[in-house]
Ligand binder design. Structure first.
Ligand code: SAH
Length: 261
């Protein structure tokens, strides 16, 4: 089973046992992976379910590939918490790496934000690209949940999404601040192991402004440190999420959530 290819599809592509594949997915399975009719692979709906599936010829008669679900696979590789990353957009294509690696580490939602010192204003195409990267990283890292990449928002708007909490009752919001004597994120996580949702905000290359840190604290975020070294804006989210994974991996509770607020 481990060596079977994995493909994430949208729920609406499934009709009873049949799965309609997009042209891109047909191309990927048939041409890129060179699977043939009758070959098995793993289908994931990105919302928690995996199935063993078999490639078929679609009944359309146009030699299109389809697929049938053979059996549901029971698997649990997710962290037991909802883990939301608010990340100020770094320069260039660096956010690609943040999306890819955060997905590997178990994030459930990523909110790209524009803060005062953000240098980049990405177009809509970027969102599609990031969602694709998240999907591929979820397939690769054998997750059941494909993290949702939310639309790019202004920093203050992103914070306000978490003001009237739509999160689980047991949540904590953190803002990572470099060059400060705030408590370590790890210490707070170890003190709060019953959390069900965690929101973590990390800043851009130039860091947060004092005003941005104040606004976050005023809306219930706790300022924390990731240690004495100054991490790059692409490294900080990975360190923060790794700490969460280290503390929460192995816990039993399970909350799937990557929906819109
Ligand atoms: N240029 C800034 C640092 C920005 S680092 C300076 O020299 O102070 C980019 C982001 O990574 C920061 O906004 C913060 O969110 C996070 N970060 C980097 N190092 C950190 C640390 N040691 N502790 C907490 N957050 C850190």
């Amino acid at each position: 089973m481990a060596d079977l290819q994995r493909l994430a599809i949208a729920r609406h592509q499934i009709d009873k046992q049949k799965v309609f594949l997009t042209f891109e997915q047909q191309h990927y399975l048939g041409r890129v992976l060179r699977l043939g009719v009758g070959d098995q692979f793993i289908l994931m709906d990105g919302e928690g379910k995996w199935w063993l599936a078999k490639l078929t010829l679609d009944i359309s008669g146009k030699a299109e590939l389809g697929s049938v679900l053979e059996q549901e696979i029971s698997i649990q590789n997710e962290l037991p918490i909802e883990l939301i990353l608010i990340s100020a957009l770094p320069k260039g294509n660096n956010f690609d790496e943040v999306v890819r690696q955060s997905t590997e580490l178990g994030v459930t939602q990523i909110l790209p934000v524009i803060s005062s010192r953000t240098l980049l204003k990405p177009g809509l195409q970027k969102l599609k690209r990031w969602q694709k990267i998240a999907t591929e990283a979820a397939e690769q890292s054998e997750r059941q949940v494909v993290p949702k990449i939310r639309e790019v928002r202004e920093y203050s708007v992103a914070l306000s999404l978490f003001e009237n909490e739509n999160l689980c009752t047991n949540y904590h919001k953190y803002i990572c601040v470099a060059r400060n004597s705030y408590p370590l994120l790890l210490e707070s996580l170890l003190d709060n192991q019953k959390l069900e949702s965690i929101v973590i905000a990390t800043g851009p290359e130039g860091g947060w402004t004092d005003g941005e840190i104040e606004v976050a604290i005023a809306t219930g975020f706790q300022a924390v440190s990731l240690g004495k070294r100054i991490l790059r804006s692409v490294t900080a989210p990975l360190v923060a999420l790794s700490l969460v994974a280290a503390v929460f991996d192995g816990e039993k509770k399970k909350i799937y959530s990557n929906g819109d607020k």
